[in-house]
Design a protein around this ligand. Structure first.
Ligand SMILES: *Cc1c(COP(=O)(O)O)cnc(C)c1O
Length: 442
């Protein structure tokens, strides 16, 4: 049994500067979570602004010290809101989107269109038209039909568009099957081994208004093991060399994608951004030296690792259930509607009794969500102190792919979101209301 206080045990997964007050109540960004729950209700998503900013600074510092001029695009599918976009702009990040919706929010938040990359394997004609009309910096082309459509749309506008080709290198990223994307059998990108990547390049070079800036890969996520980046980059480097030799095409840009891991649990910590930077830079430099290629402009696309640690989900205990010789459950007022990840990816999390952070936990408890699915379990068999209905449970590392994948299942109301900084909280999204549930109904 652990003798550490929950604050010490969870330091690596909680936001930077997480603390407790003298009563043992968790504090994030200098704000007492009990006060936040009283003011804004639960479930509540709390984002620590300092953690987001520091993470952005670390990324740019670590990658630029390996590769001067390296840039970072936040993968906005992990979580997007205008409040976040403002921070990213101030920190010098660009941003990737995968839909008209994400593009719309990115622009509304003040991101320069030139700093936006448009991804996705199913961009519709309307979405591509919106992207072209908005002046997005790069469209990352995924497949032949998209290439043909873009050729047509840019011809009819007579306006040039920079593109990158997303290549599937055939590398196993060794992560969950639902989040592996670099294998030959993937719905994403132009397969390299089959020759489809090469024919796509040839066609793109013939398109009068398409300017091929370079190549893109994304292997999957989260990549706790950094070796697959080196494998993927070596494969693409070889491809780039062949394309130079056969078609006289020289890459100007390259992206190794995202997938940098996040520490969800205390026993499995993510590599620091510096380790990704060193590994990725080394692989790109090696590829260029080996094949006599020019060093491309590099941009990375971290998503979860930028916002994951900054976010804490705060719930209230609703009920408890003791099943003799079987299991103890505590049910909270949220669950799979705001966090589908345990049900979808078997994701593991930590849980803490947010008002008892000085108490060493001694009961094995399963934290269940309130939704009508047996699979709606947030954290299985974790150590917690005894909890009464109404007490708060915090789940750290909740900033990525939770709000982004939320639903109204069971017609739950979407949670409020607060941004905290220096002891001040600001509501960046209000909680849905019961009337909101009827707004779209005719
Ligand atoms: C999802 C995705 C990312 C970000 O992945 P994370 O695990 O959130 O870092 C980056 N690039 C592309 C193309 C993606 O699809």
């Amino acid at each position: 049994m652990t003798t550490q206080t929950p604050l010490d045990a969870l330091r690596e997964v909680l936001p930077l500067n997480a603390a407790t007050n003298e009563d043992g109540v968790l504090q994030i960004g200098g704000c007492d979570v009990r006060e936040l729950a009283n003011e804004y209700g639960t479930p509540l998503y709390i984002y620590d602004e300092h953690t987001i900013r520091q993470t952005c600074r670390d990324y740019l510092h670590d990658f630029q010290s390996q590769m001067p001029g390296a840039r970072a695009h936040y993968a906005s599918k992990a979580w997007l809101s205008p409040a976040l976009v403002e921070i990213l702009v101030e920190e010098g990040f660009g941003l990737d989107v995968v839909s008209a919706g994400e593009l719309h929010v990115a622009l509304a938040g003040g991101m320069e269109p030139e700093q936006i990359g448009f991804h996705g394997n199913g961009k519709t004609p309307a979405e591509l038209a919106y992207a072209l009309d908005s002046g997005v910096g790069r469209i990352i082309v995924d497949n032949d039909d998209e290439l043909a459509l873009l050729d047509e749309l840019t011809r009819s506008r007579a306006s040039e568009q920079q593109i990158m080709l997303r290549i599937t290198p055939g590398v196993d990223a060794q992560t969950h099957a639902k989040t592996t994307t670099g294998l030959r059998d993937s719905k994403f990108g132009f397969p390299l081994p089959s020759g489809q990547a090469e024919s796509a390049l040839v066609r793109a070079l013939e398109a009068p208004f398409l300017d091929v800036a370079g190549f893109h890969i994304h292997l999957g996520s989260p990549l706790f093991n950094i070796e697959p980046y080196a494998d993927g980059i070596a494969t693409i480097g070889e491809f780039a060399a062949q394309m130079k030799e056969r078609h006289g095409y020289e890459w100007r840009e390259f992206s190794p994608g995202g997938g940098m891991a996040l520490s969800y649990t205390a026993d499995r910590t993510a590599p620091a951004s510096e380790r990704y930077a060193v590994k990725i830079a080394e692989a790109i430099h090696t590829a260029c030296d080996t094949h006599g290629l020019p060093m491309p402009d590099v941009h990375i696309e971290p998503g979860r690792s930028v916002v994951g640690r900054a976010g804490v989900a705060l719930y209230s205990v609703v009920s408890r259930k003791h099943i003799p010789e079987t299991r103890d459950y505590v049910t909270v007022d949220g669950g799979m509607a705001d966090n589908i990840r345990p049900a979808m990816y078997d994701s593991k999390y930590e849980a803490a009794a947010a008002e008892q952070m000085h108490t060493i936990p001694s009961l094995t408890v399963t934290v269940a969500g309130k939704f009508c699915e047996s699979g709606d379990v947030l954290v299985r068999d974790t150590l917690l102190p005894s909890l009464q209905p109404g007490e708060l449970i915090a789940i750290p590392a909740s900033g990525a792919y939770q709000i982004a994948m939320e639903s109204n299942y069971n017609l739950a109301l979407r949670p409020a979101i607060v941004m905290v900084r220096d002891g001040q909280a600001r509501l960046v999204r209000r909680r849905q209301t019961l009337d909101d549930l009827l707004h779209l109904e005719l």
